[in-house]
Design a protein around this ligand. Structure first.
Ligand code: SAH
Ligand code: F3S
Length: 491
């Protein structure tokens, strides 16, 4: 989980593509789609939450997700909206009537991946002319013209505030029109929608949408709009429901998750409220912003047993000059002090981060400051990226993207190598220790073994004996790589 190729922002090792399946009433199906391609997109008013839109024909929907955990969570929301309206979610594009790509705009390579995938899906569309093809999420919001130019066969475009329109949009397309739903809606929080999650032990719960921080490199505020928080009582009910559904761990999601405020409660209130829910074993969150990391938050992490001793704390750069150009609102010194304070108050704190190399104006000396800070802090893991200029951001408009592609590549390779070494050493140091692991599922490589995560979000693999999925077990670490701990369950 260390390179830009991983397509992070995927904190906590989520997959790049996820699909969701669920069953609906078979009677709803009437498969008579008649569809012609029209160049004009139709924009209709947003549907109200109480409206139900009956499928007109195209009913089996396949959702493919790109990008961050927030997108995975949005796909669960899309699945919830569609199922509520009589659609079926399938886990294979070949059997689907509708294929939706839920996309990411954070870096150029995320967009290239989707454009290539669309070309491939166009072949499928040629074989199945009635197939509805949609692009949803951040890239739809950000690159309408680029998508319609590169892939004129796309039938619908929906931004992150318009998922409620999905059933209507599919019906519109089925009747022969294209559909465009890109109007930002700063009131949309989908608080009343029940997402459809894959079964498992860990659930991701969106507690906040949008971002108000406006880092100069970042497209998120433009595609996801202003920050808004879902009311605490609703979130507490969500977690109770997750417990009933068998989930053991909840990860609270937001772009600056610790700036959560629903008008009455802040993030600290939320952490306490979450850890009081009976049956939930672990609470995590991602990603907090260093400037919003209050003493209260640190105190809550230290005092709530269920809140894991782990934090993903994006650094971005070790140079205060670069941080200022990025408008990150903290200095390298303040970040260093924050980490020291957290380590002092929270025992065995595991820390991961995000780093960008080659930002506008980053000199070799600035880059060395990043290397030095990473070497000093010794993160457990890191997501590392080359700066990718995004249309419309302040950096794109006002700063020169002046570090060459080759140099960005060299700097990225340098910090990946540095971090791999540190991750390896930190994991080696755990050999002989016993760690608590939440059992998640069968190891992909060995059917006799389970895998799970430690409190610090490290992957552990161990023989299945005396354990089952969903249990917390104690594993004695016997060997380790930079990314995995291997061991055996002990009493
Ligand atoms: N606050 C959010 C950030 C989302 S973007 C969160 O972590 O939940 C995730 C990471 O992508 C950022 O922390 C940053 O390191 C990286 N990133 C964002 N914009 C980028 C760009 N234009 N080029 C390269 N990396 C970028
Ligand atoms: Fe992006 Fe900065 Fe917000 S990285 S998501 S603008 S905190």
């Amino acid at each position: 989980m260390t390179s830009s190729l991983m397509g992070r922002n995927i904190p906590f090792g989520a997959t790049k593509e996820n699909t969701y399946s669920a069953k609906v009433d078979e009677k709803m199906n009437s498969k008579t789609p008649i569809k012609t391609q029209l160049p004009l997109y139709k924009a209709l008013p947003t549907v109200k939450s109480t409206d139900r839109i009956k499928p007109r024909g195209s009913r089996r929907v396949y959702i493919e997700t790109y990008g961050c955990q927030m997108n995975v969570s949005d796909s669960e929301l899309m699945a919830g909206i569609l199922i509520q309206n009589g659609y079926e979610i399938v886990d294979d594009s070949d059997t689907a009537d509708v294929v939706l790509l839920n996309t990411c705009a954070i870096r150029e390579n995320a967009e290239t991946k989707v454009l290539n995938r669309l070309k491939h899906l166009n072949h499928l569309k040629r074989q199945k002319p009635n197939l509805v093809l949609g692009v949803c999420g951040c890239m739809a919001q950000h690159m309408k013209t680029k998508i319609t130019d590169a892939a004129p066969y796309v039938d619908l475009l929906l931004g992150p505030d318009a998922y409620r329109n999905l059933p209507m949009a599919i019906n519109v397309v089925t009747s022969g029109d294209a559909f465009l739903g890109l109007r930002p809606d700063k009131g949309e929080d989908y608080a009343d929608i029940a997402p459809i999650r894959k079964e498992g032990v860990r659930a991701w719960l969106t507690i906040q949408r949008g971002c108000d921080k406006m880092c100069t490199f970042c497209i998120v505020p433009f595609v996801r709009g202003r920050e808004r928080s879902i009311p605490l009582p609703l979130l507490v009910n969500d977690v109770k429901r997750l417990v009933d559904e068998g989930f053991k761990e909840v990860v609270l999601l937001g772009q600056t998750v610790n700036s959560y405020h629903d008008g009455q409660h802040n993030f600290v209130d939320l952490l306490f409220a979450m850890s009081e829910v009976e049956g939930i074993e672990r609470v995590r969150f991602t990603s907090p912003h260093p400037s919003d990391a209050t003493d209260g938050m640190i105190q809550a992490m230290a005092s709530c047993d269920k809140v894991c001793n782990q934090i993903h704390l994006p650094l971005q750069s070790g140079s205060t000059k670069v941080l200022q150009a990025m408008r990150r609102t903290y200095t390298a010194e303040a970040y260093r002090d924050l980490v020291a304070k957290m380590r002092e108050r929270i025992p065995n704190l595991a820390i991961s981060t995000d780093v960008i190399v080659g930002f506008c104006g980053e000199t070799e000396a600035d880059f060395m400051e990043t290397c030095n800070l990473m070497a000093e802090i010794r993160y457990d893991s890191a997501f590392m990226f080359k700066y990718s200029a995004r249309d419309g951001t302040l950096a794109h408009r006002t700063l020169e993207d002046d570090v060459s592609e080759e140099e960005k590549g060299r700097r990225l390779r340098t910090i990946i190598e540095l971090q791999e070494g540190i991750s390896h050493e930190l994991n080696q140091a755990l050999i002989g220790e016993t760690v608590e692991v939440l059992v998640e599922g069968e190891s992909r490589r060995d059917a006799d073994k389970y895998h799970g995560k430690t409190d610090g979000f490290k992957t552990a693999v161990f023989p299945k004996v005396n354990s089952k999925i969903g249990e917390l077990v104690r594993v004695k670490v016997e060997s380790a790589t930079a990314h995995t701990l291997l061991g055996e369950i002990v009493a």
